[in-house]
Design a protein around this ligand. Structure first.
Ligand code: MSP
Length: 647
C-alpha cells in the first residue's frame, strides 16, 4: 500500500508557530504510523511564496521578494527537523518546475474553455488573499483577520468553478470519508447548496507582479491559491513523474478549518477540470487558541515551537499536541497544560513504568529478559494489550490521535498497577516463586516493547532510547513492524537490557502555597492553654489533633537525594503534587515506590533537607528488631483516591 500525505504549504510572511507545527506534526506522525504498518509513504510539506502578502512583507523588510522568501522558507525547512519532523519532499512555489507546471495546467484549463475574461467588483481581504462574499463578513469585517475588506473593481480571468458544482456535491455525498470530521463535510455541503460563483484566478500586473505570469496573457499573474493548490501535484512530478503514478490516487491532505473552502471547493473543481481523479481524503482540524483567540501572527499571540522545545523537549511537545487536541475541535494552549501532561502522563506514568521495569530486570535477572513460566493464568496485561493494539490501529488510521494515546495510556496505567499488585521485590526473596517473578518481569518487558512500537510515530526520539534500553536495535522489526510484531508475546527471552537515563526529567511546577498558609494559620491560632496541655505528658486535645492534616498520598516518583545515603525525594499526589523528603533510603529502593499509597502529614511547616524543600512528612512505623530498628511505610488497603483525608 502507498500513503501520500501533505500539509498546507505555509505562507512565508511569518515564521513558523505552533499552529504550523501542529499540522506538520500530525502529518509526520501519520506518515510514521503508516510506515510502521508496512506502507510506502510520501510525506510532503513546503512553503507558499507568491502573492500580495509576501510582496508586502518583503517591502516592509526592505528586501527583494526573492531574498525574503529564501530566508523565511529556510526557517520552515530548518524548524521541522528540530521537531523530529521528516518530510520526504519540501516544495516551494517559486521552484522552476512548479512554475512551469502551473502554467501548463492554466493553459490546458484555458483551452478547455474553463477560464474566461470578465469584469468584477468584490470585497477583497489581503489577509485571506481572496474576495469574500457579504455573507462571510461579521460586522463588515473579515472574521479571521478582523479587517475591513477593500472594494475592488477589476478586469480579470475567472475559472468556471460553477461548472463542477454538481459533480462535486455527488462525490462528497457518495464518499462519506472524503472530508472528515463530519462537521466539515456538512459545512461544505451547506455552502454548496447555494449556487457557486466562479473563481477570480488572476491579478493585474499593475497591482501585483510577485506571482506566476498567466501563459495566455502577460498583463496578469496567477491568483496565489490557484498556484498554491497545484503544489500537491507538482511535488509528485506531475504529469509524468513516477511518484504521480503511485501517489496521486491515494492523496490525503491535512489542513485547519481556516482553509477549508479552497481545499474542499476550489481544489476539487480544479482537479475535475484537469480531468484527474479527486484526492482521497481531506482531514480538517481546529485551531490552537491562546486565551480563547486563534493563534496567529496578525493577532500577535503566537507561540514559537523552537522555544517550547528548549523548555520542555521535543517528545513532550509532540505528545502534548496530539494528546491535548481532539482532531477537528479547537484546543487551548498554555504552559501549565504542557507541564501537567509532561509530569503526569510522561514522567509519572510512562517514565516510571519504564525505569522501574528496567531497574528490576537489571537487579533481579542481570538485565536478561526472563523466560515466562506460566502465562495462561496471568493474562491481565496480554488481554488488555490485544485490545489496545486493535483500538490503536483503528484510531490512528482515522486521525483520532488523542483517542489512540488514551488507549495506550490504559495499558501503561494497568502495567503500573500490575507492578504494585505483584510486588516483584517480594517474589525475588522467595525461592519457590522465582518462576512467578520471571513471568511478571517478562510481561512487563513485553509491555515496554509494545509501548515502544506504538508510541514511535508520536515520540520517535524517546522511543529510540526506549528501544536501546530494552536491548533492541532502533531498526529491530520488533519495534518497526506492526503487521508482524504488533501482537503480544513476540519478545524473545534472553535479550539484554541496558540502564538508560530517566526518559522524562520532571519540569518543576510553581510551588503551591497551601502548606505554608496552613502552618501560618496554626501558629496564629496557637494559644497559651494549648501550649500547657502540649507540655503535659505528650497529651494533646482533640482540637489539636484535628489541626493535623493527615492525608492519603500516592507516590508518583522516588529519587535519591544527592550526597545523602539516607534520604529519598518523593513526589507525591495528595491530590496536588508536592515533594516530601523521607529518611527511608536504607529500607526502600526508589523504583519499588511509585504507585504505593501512603499516609502523610500535609500541613507541616516546610523544611529544607540537603537542599531539597520537604513539604510534609510520610508516616512510617519504626520497627525494633534484634536491637536494630527499621522503617516500614504506612500503607492503605483498597483503592483510595490520593488526597483523601484521614479522619
Ligand atoms: N498558504 C496557505 C495554504 C496553501 S495550501 C495549498 C496558508 N498558509 S498559512 O501559513 O496561513 O497556514 C495555514 C495553516 O497553518 C492552517 O490551515 C493550519 O494548518 C496551520 N495553522 C495556522 N494557525 C493555526 C492555529 N492557530 N491552529 C491550528 N493550525 C493553524 O493558509
Amino acid at each position: 500500500m502507498t500513503t501520500y500525505i501533505t500539509t498546507p504549504i505555509y505562507y512565508v510572511n511569518a515564521q513558523p508557530h505552533l499552529g504550523h507545527a501542529y499540522t506538520t506534526i500530525v502529518a509526520d506522525t501519520y506518515s510514521r504510523f503508516r510506515r510502521l504498518t508496512g506502507d510506502t509513504v510520501r510525506f510532503q510539506t513546503g512553503t507558499d511564496e507568491h502573492g500580495d502578502k509576501i510582496a508586502e512583507a518583503a517591502e516592509k523588510e526592505g528586501c527583494s521578494p526573492r531574498e525574503y522568501v529564501d530566508r523565511i522558507s529556510a526557517m520552515f525547512r530548518t524548524t521541522w527537523p528540530l521537531l523530529d519532523i521528516a518530510p520526504d519532499n519540501f516544495i516551494r512555489t517559486t521552484d522552476k518546475k512548479h512554475v512551469e507546471t502551473v502554467q501548463a495546467i492554466l493553459q490546458q484549463v484555458y483551452e478547455k474553455g474553463d477560464i474566461y475574461f470578465d469584469k468584477y467588483t468584490g470585497l477583497y481581504c489581503t489577509g485571506c488573499e481572496r474576495f469574500l462574499t457579504e455573507k462571510e463578513l461579521v460586522d463588515g469585517t473579515c472574521p479571521d483577520h478582523k479587517t475591513v475588506p477593500d472594494e475592488i473593481t477589476e478586469e480579470n480571468y475567472f475559472f468556471r468553478m460553477s461548472r463542477y458544482q454538481q459533480e462535486l456535491i455527488d462525490h462528497i455525498k457518495s464518499n462519506p470519508d472524503f472530508i472528515t470530521p463530519e462537521r466539515y463535510k456538512n459545512e461544505v455541503l451547506s455552502f454548496l447548496s447555494e449556487p457557486l460563483e466562479d473563481l477570480c484566478i488572476s491579478r493585474p500586473t499593475s497591482r501585483l507582479v510577485w506571482g506566476i505570469p498567466l501563459p495566455f496573457d502577460g498583463n496578469f499573474v496567477t491568483y496565489v491559491w490557484f498556484d498554491a493548490l497545484i503544489n500537491y501535484l507538482t511535488g509528485l512530478g506531475y504529469p509524468d513523474g513516477e511518484q504521480f503514478e503511485s501517489c496521486w490516487n491515494v492523496a490525503e491532505h491535512v489542513i485547519a478549518k481556516d482553509i477549508l473552502k479552497p481545499h474542499a471547493i476550489y481544489w476539487p473543481t480544479m482537479i475535475l477540470s484537469m480531468g484527474l481523479p479527486l484526492y482521497k481524503k481531506l482531514h480538517v482540524h481546529g485551531y490552537w487558541n491562546v486565551d480563547e483567540t486563534k493563534m496567529s501572527k496578525s493577532i500577535g499571540n503566537v507561540i514559537r515551537p523552537v522555544e517550547l522545545i528548549e523548555e520542555y523537549g521535543v517528545d513532550s511537545i509532540r505528545y502534548f499536541c496530539l494528546r491535548e487536541m481532539s482532531f477537528g475541535l479547537d484546543a487551548s494552549f498554555s504552559s501549565d497544560a504542557i507541564v501537567a501532561r509532561k509530569n503526569s502522563d510522561l514522567a509519572n506514568d510512562l517514565g516510571n513504568l519504564y525505569s522501574r521495569t528496567t531497574a528490576m530486570l537489571v537487579k533481579y535477572t542481570g538485565g536478561v529478559v526472563p523466560e515466562p513460566v506460566s502465562v495462561d493464568d496471568d493474562t491481565v496485561l496480554s488481554d488488555l494489550a490485544e485490545k489496545v493494539l486493535a483500538s490503536y490501529y483503528e484510531t490512528m488510521s482515522s486521525f483520532q490521535f488523542h483517542r489512540a494515546l488514551q488507549v495506550v495510556w490504559e495499558l501503561i496505567s494497568q502495567a503500573n498497577k500490575y507492578i504494585v499488585s505483584n510486588e516483584p521485590w517480594v517474589l525475588v526473596k522467595e525461592e519457590d516463586r522465582l518462576g512467578r517473578l520471571h513471568t511478571v518481569l517478562y510481561n512487563l518487558a513485553e509491555t515496554l516493547r509494545l509501548l515502544t512500537l506504538l508510541l514511535q510515530p508520536v515520540m520517535p526520539g524517546i522511543c529510540e532510547r526506549m528501544a536501546q534500553g530494552l536491548g533492541l536495535g532502533i531498526d529491530s522489526p520488533l519495534i518497526k513492524d506492526f503487521k508482524t510484531n504488533g501482537r503480544w508475546g513476540m519478545l524473545e527471552p534472553g535479550g539484554n537490557l541496558q540502564k538508560i537515563e530517566a526518559l522524562f526529567p520532571r519540569t518543576d511546577t510553581k510551588k503551591k502555597q497551601p502548606v505554608k498558609q496552613g502552618a501560618k494559620q496554626n501558629k496564629e491560632k496557637k494559644n497559651k492553654n494549648e501550649q500547657t496541655t502540649e507540655n503535659r505528658e505528650g497529651v494533646i486535645t482533640f482540637d489539636q489533633f484535628q489541626k493535623v492534616d493527615l492525608r492519603v498520598a500516592e507516590i508518583v516518583c522516588a529519587e535519591p537525594v544527592k550526597k545523602s545515603d539516607r534520604l529519598l525525594k518523593l513526589t507525591v499526589k495528595a491530590p496536588e503534587e508536592r515533594i516530601i523528603v523521607a529518611g527511608i533510603a536504607d529500607y526502600y529502593q526508589p523504583e519499588d515506590l511509585p504507585g504505593l499509597l501512603v499516609l502523610i502529614v500535609a500541613n507541616l511547616k516546610p523544611v529544607k533537607l540537603m537542599g531539597v524543600e520537604s513539604q510534609g512528612m510520610v508516616l512510617a512505623a519504626k520497627v525494633e528488631e534484634n536491637g536494630r530498628s527499621r522503617l516500614v511505610l504506612s500503607s492503605v488497603s483498597g483503592a483510595v483516591p490520593p488526597g483523601s483525608k484521614v479522619a
